[in-house]
Design a protein around this ligand. Sequence first.
Ligand code: 5GP
Length: 193
Amino acid sequence: MNKGKLFVFTGPSGTGKGTILKEVLASDDRLRLSVSATTRGPREGEVNGVHYWFLKKEDFEAKIAQDAFLEHACYVGNYYGTPEQPVNDQLAAGYDVVLEIEVQGAMQIHEKRPDAVMVFVAPPSLEELSDRLHGRGTESEKKIAARLATAEQELKYADRFDYVIVNDDLQEAIGDLRAILRAERCRVAHELG
Ligand code: 5GP
């Protein structure tokens, strides 16, 4: 029986979900971020084992074969996945765990762990998202176009989530996530069936 709660935090690339989470994690001792594995190369300042586990494609595929991921997906040409064991260990230790993942992975978690709390972060508009991705300056024009096309698809899934946060004001969005965590921790568990 898990002691902690599992939270899934999803939204198109560039919606600011990383920034929101970073703020909330910094002030929440009960919440732990799952470190994902990926085959994409590190961006400047990203540290192996902190931001991601950076794996070669063949190593990632070996882990898929070993069933080591709670979920995994291919996103804009690279693999991303959540190593299962650390998540289970943290939950068993009584921490709440948050996964910052894209939509396909989120839907896998929804199936596998129906008790997971699903939170979607949406940009105010696709135009705004495009401005943010360009402003970030970390990707080529081609990659940005691919991320925007993916974002348009991802937004269609928003209504399958328990909560949607529209990030047009960062401080409000941070407050929304804190409120969701607080409410979910007060929720009474009812057995189904
Ligand atoms: P980025 O390359 O910008 O770090 O991440 C690209 C997308 O992959 C983001 O939407 C991010 O949330 C998602 N992502 C990161 N880790 C995982 C993971 O473990 N599984 C899945 N399915 N998506 C992930």
